[in-house]
Design a protein around this ligand. Structure first.
Ligand SMILES: [Zn+2]
Length: 159
């Protein structure tokens, strides 16, 4: 009987340990990682504020808002191609808007900064904050509106 109790206690302890270990979530590791100081060295203060501090630029402030040249929009932090010019549209919001991203290039997260849940968009390579996705995009394509800060992007024109 004593042995049984000991066994029971051992199993109980084991299962508790397993549970505790499950709780420590591992944060996604990005291919491109830098310290805060390193990011500050390579980014302008505007880019740093958007990408690393999840900031938002003033609407209509980005020259990319009304840019409709052919080309690809890269992440300003790690140069990964994120958006193509053919998926850009004028949403009238004052921020560069796209109906979809380059497949597999971005990550989604949820933030509650303005009191309700919004789907945050992050660069899938460096984890930089790009903007948010809403469901009021063009109905004839994806119905999605990727509302992106121009300062998070670098436009590479088609040659
Ligand atoms: Zn990036």
């Amino acid at each position: 009987m004593k042995n049984l109790i000991l066994l029971f206690l051992a199993v109980l302890t084991l299962s508790c340990t397993t549970k505790a270990q499950e709780k420590t979530e591992t944060k996604k590791e990005y291919k491109v990682t830098k310290t805060d100081a390193q990011w500050k060295e390579v980014l302008t203060s505007e880019q740093y504020y958007i990408l690393r501090k999840a900031g938002t630029e003033r609407p209509f402030s980005s020259p990319l808002n009304k840019n409709y040249k052919e080309g690809v929009y890269h992440c300003a932090g790690c140069n990964t191609p994120l958006y193509k010019s053919e998926h850009k549209f004028d949403s009238g919001t004052g921020w560069p808007s796209f109906d979809r991203a380059v497949e597999g290039s971005i990550d989604k997260d949820v933030d509650y900064k303005i009191g309700y849940a919004r789907s945050e968009l992050l660069c899938g390579t460096c984890g930089g904050h790009l903007g948010h996705v809403f469901s009021d995009g063009p109905r004839n394509t994806t119905g999605k509106r990727h509302c992106i800060n121009g300062d998070a992007l670098i436009f590479v024109p088609k040659k």
